[in-house]
Design a protein around this ligand. Structure first.
Ligand code: ZN
Length: 264
């Protein structure tokens, strides 16, 4: 759990868990390129992914972006929220960068079936809802974590440009999934950006043209990754990233045409 202040918003990074994946599985077409990134891998050639959610507290609202992998993966989101002094019942809005299962895991209590964030509205990117609601066969995490929201009366579908609160806006960043959405903060002359999975690791921060096996559409993902890195490097937004090393705060730098992730 780590906090940063961005204008009138407090941004709190919550780490649910960490898992390692062979880099050759994440970037299957890039075996040669990976040799240059040994510093970002462990001795077995695996890259460790953090699984972060971000709390945004400001404008009279407590907003949670993404709800982690959940209890099946020894998720620590409830403990992290407790450490931050934030009661799940006080969360006003739960929203999602996208609907992969590592971002929706704590929506419901597995024991009681109750919504874990009992009083929240759930704002869901429309294009991801439409994609996963129609998928055959259905994704297990969508049926478990998302589908039951339909009957709860708490589900609201949002589009790019949706203003959640003054200074907090949804930005379409498609490619990882059809409706992938980031959240831009603009407050008191400072900028922040909850990135989601536009950039997954320090490797694709430096090589945004690499195909990542978790991306839905490689061409769209490349274009979004390159444009987003350029935008965030230019305005020096403080970025909260889902899977970069904990706590996941950093900035992008572009120097002599080369991009990189700088933890901050
Ligand atoms: Zn993810």
């Amino acid at each position: 759990m780590e906090r940063r202040q961005l204008g009138s918003y407090e941004v709190i990074a919550l780490a649910d868990t960490v898992q390692s994946y062979p880099a050759t599985a994440v970037y299957p077409a890039a075996e040669d390129a990976l040799a240059a990134y040994a510093a970002y891998l462990d001795a077995t050639g695996a890259v460790a992914l953090n699984f972060a959610s971000f709390l945004l507290i400001g404008s009279g609202l407590t907003v949670l972006v993404d709800t982690g992998w959940g209890p099946e993966f020894d998720g620590q989101l409830p403990a992290e929220m407790k450490a931050a002094g934030v009661d799940p019942a006080s969360v006003d809005v739960v929203t999602f960068t996208h609907l992969h299962g590592d971002h929706t895991g704590w929506n419901f209590d597995r024991g009681t079936g109750a919504r874990f964030f009992a009083n929240a509205r759930y704002l869901v990117p429309r294009l991801d809802w439409e994609h996963y609601a129609a998928q055959q066969p259905p994704s297990g995490s969508f049926e478990r974590d998302m589908r039951p929201l339909e009957a709860s009366g708490r589900l609201e579908l949002i589009d790019g440009g949706h203003v959640l609160a003054p200074g907090l806006t949804a930005v379409p960043t498609p490619g990882h999934t059809p409706g992938h959405t980031s959240f831009a903060i603009d407050s008191g002359g400072t900028r922040g950006f909850v990135l989601g999975d536009v950039v997954l690791t320090r490797i694709d921060a430096e090589r945004p043209e690499l195909d990542c096996s978790f991306d839905w559409d490689h061409a769209i993902a490349h274009a979004t990754r390159e444009a987003t890195i350029a935008r965030l490097a230019a305005d020096q937004s403080l970025v909260g990233a889902s899977h970069l090393p904990a706590p996941g705060f950093g900035r992008f730098r572009v120097e002599a045409g080369r991009s990189s992730w700088q933890p901050a």
